[in-house]
Design a protein around this ligand. Sequence first.
Ligand code: DHB
Ligand code: FE
Length: 285
Amino acid sequence: MASITASVYTSHVPAIGAAVDLGKTAEPYWQPVFRGYDFSRQWMKDHTPDVIFLVYNDHATAFSLDMIPTFAIGTAAEFQPADEGWGPRPVPKVIGHPELASHIAQSVIQDDFDLTIVNKMDVDHGLTVPLSLMCGQPEAWPCPVIPFAVNVVQYPVPSGRRCFELGKAIGRAVASFDRPLKVQIWGTGGMSHQLQGPRAGLINKAFDNMFLDRLIADPAGLAQVPHIDYVREAGSEGIELVMWLIARGAMADAAGGAKPHVAHRFYHVPASNTAVGHLILESGS
Ligand code: DHB
Ligand code: FE
């Protein structure tokens, strides 16, 4: 059977992708950000999974106000990096895993969660920046990736509670896949940031660190935080953090199993107008 071996959480600031692509990672402004991922790139080499289930949000790139799926699973064989206005990022195409993605869609939808099935989609910085942070600049990404897009752009957005419950359903789906695949689940976006209006540039370090603490030790309690608290405390785009609860809900302890352990934790301000947070949790045994 397939199993979830670890969960990874990281911000996906587009300027980080630009810093990688333009060779600026050693510049004084960016060096402290990338140093926080030195451990993670080595860890990825040592713990390369068979598949990454990557929870992210599309930023009006593949979707638009024409069509707003709350939860969308990418079932295609491959996904191209999107053109977000500056040309597509010079990163490898993303190879999907149609068999596992289809199985997860079947299992999760029969488990009462409505997913949109997407057979053709380009992927934006929400998905490619985490891959760059964790994998550097390889010729090809180290394994197939299943994109899982969550609407946190256009209200109404899903609650943290629903995201956590969905994560549990994804955990059950992976555990019932009849092949011995090692699967990582990643939650991306956040941490505190507000990109617009009079509060643009808002950073709330206390909230971000509380979120990291509770994500580790009290995810079920954290899942009760209402969406308005994210917006007030972490800024309008801080709502992206609910996606981390999907990855956390898929870990064994959410269903009464072994607690994960913290392999790595990192927090840094600033990157662009935002805070960067990062966590790696390895499944317990
Ligand atoms: C920015 C955009 C994002 O999607 C994000 O998650 C963080 C920062 C930005 O434009 O700076
Ligand atoms: Fe974002």
